[in-house]
Design a binder for this molecule. Structure first.
Ligand SMILES: *[C@@H]1O[C@H](CO)[C@@H](O)[C@H](O)[C@H]1NC(C)=O
Ligand SMILES: *[C@@H]1O[C@H](CO)[C@@H](O)[C@H](O)[C@H]1NC(C)=O
Ligand SMILES: *[C@@H]1O[C@H](CO)[C@@H](O)[C@H](O)[C@H]1NC(C)=O
Ligand SMILES: *[C@@H]1O[C@H](CO)[C@@H](O)[C@H](O)[C@H]1NC(C)=O
Length: 373
């Protein structure tokens, strides 16, 4: 973490963070500023003693995982002197998407994911692969619950933001559930907001692993770049247009990996996606997610917007990569992002990543800006 902060500052001077966004919120200095105002009559010895106590608390906060008795200690401490340490985390509550984008953008571009607490191991796995391409500084983690917001920012200050309201993480992670639908439905709003702030944005699901840097594949000046979620093999030189609709009258473009330039066209697609989600809300019968609405949005805006289908060999669906060995052999060295989809359940996804040598968190957590989770 220290190293990545150091590198970032060397690479590019940063605008001073807003007052509530100290990149070192757990440093002794921050702890002092976070303390309730003390009258000047507080004599030196008492001040030093208090500082020593605070330093110990700060060290505990840094080195102990955010769980168990310490979590209880910190979260029940707001009325005592421990409140200073707690306060340094809880002020991330007011950190905005605009502030996070200013902090993380490199060359006007951010990389965004959205996670709830149960997905933290996947976030960490994805981040290791992003860090290997030296793109981690550009990452904004949209936390869906406060536990995730505080945990990520404690380990990696400034990289997580929560756009209220927080979702109930108990209901938000079951694929096909209404909670999951509600959670993914907010995705186009977040992306539209970032575009309106003037940034280019790459969105990724966190059940992905980068094998190389995807940015060189974002050729030309198109509005929206995306990948096909179909498993059928295409020729290596397939066209980059929106493919023809499939069986259900629509395409099967993945809402898992999207790159958007801050253009009129990309904003139009996001607005259309939001509209489609409102027109076809979740129902017990359909058990939908946000992907069909994204495809209808592409269908409706195709005439006015410059769309770009990324190459299948670089961005295969899980239904292709994990199910067709001969294709994987033929495209060796060409695959850029692997998506662990066409399978549901945390345990199954983890097992599959392990089987393919793509579960990096066990042996490579030192490469993650979050460390071991
Ligand atoms: C920065 O962005 C511009 C325009 O999008 C692009 O041409 C250039 O390659 C990018 N530079 C880096 C270092 O990524
Ligand atoms: C999902 O959102 C709808 C509409 O806002 C709401 O009525 C419902 O309670 C939410 N369900 C869950 C599980 O979050
Ligand atoms: C949009 O969907 C309709 C209905 O399936 C289809 O007829 C039309 O060709 C699609 N348009 C585009 C641009 O894919
Ligand atoms: C698997 O990939 C090969 C190309 O390597 C292709 O010819 C074959 O049709 C694919 N199999 C399936 C079931 O799609």
């Amino acid at each position: 973490m220290v190293m990545s902060l150091h590198l970032r500052q060397q690479q590019q001077p940063q605008p001073p963070p807003p007052p509530s966004v100290d990149p070192y919120p757990l440093s002794p200095r921050a702890a002092v500023y976070g303390m309730p105002q003390r009258p000047m009559s507080s004599f030196l010895l008492g001040r030093a003693g208090l500082l020593a106590v605070l330093s110990v608390l700060v060290l505990l906060g840094v080195f102990l995982p955010w769980s168990g008795p310490m979590a209880a200690l910190f979260s029940s401490s707001s009325s005592s002197h421990l409140g200073a340490a707690h306060g340094s985390l809880s002020r991330w509550k007011d950190y905005t998407l605009a502030q996070a984008a200013t902090f993380a953008a490199r060359n006007g571009t951010v990389v965004v994911c959205a996670v709830s607490r149960p997905y933290l191991p996947f976030l960490n796995n994805w981040l290791i692969s992003v860090a290997r391409q030296k793109r981690q500084d550009q990452v904004i983690v949209i936390a869906e619950d406060y536990a995730t917001l505080y945990e990520v920012n404690r380990r990696w200050p400034g990289h997580a933001v929560l756009v209220p309201p927080a979702t109930d993480s108990q209901t938000a992670h079951k694929f096909g559930s209404q909670g999951f639908f509600n959670f993914t439905s907010r995705r186009p709003r977040h992306l539209l907001h970032i575009l309106e702030l003037g940034y280019s944005v790459m969105y990724n699901d966190v059940d992905m692993v980068w094998l190389s840097d995807p940015f060189p594949y974002l050729k030309g000046k198109h509005d929206v770049y995306f990948t096909d979620d179909m498993a059928a093999v295409k020729p290596l030189n397939h066209p980059h247009d929106l493919p023809p609709p499939g069986k259900k009258g629509r395409t099967y473009i993945c809402s898992c990996m999207i790159f958007l330039r801050p253009t009129r066209g990309s904003k139009e697609v996001m607005r259309s996606w939001i509209e489609e989600l409102q027109n076809q809300p979740w129902s017990v019968k359909r058990k939908s997610n946000d992907q069909p609405a994204f495809n209808w949005a592409l269908n409706k805006t195709a005439g006015q917007v410059d769309l770009y289908l990324l190459p299948q060999a670089a961005f295969p669906s899980g239904g292709l990569y994990f199910k067709n060995e001969s294709w994987v052999k033929e495209t060796k060295g060409m695959n850029v992002i692997i998506h662990n989809n066409y399978i549901t359940g945390f345990d199954k996804k983890i097992k599959r990543f392990k089987d393919y040598g793509l579960w990096l968190v066990d042996d490579h957590s030192h490469e993650s800006p979050l460390g071991q989770i």
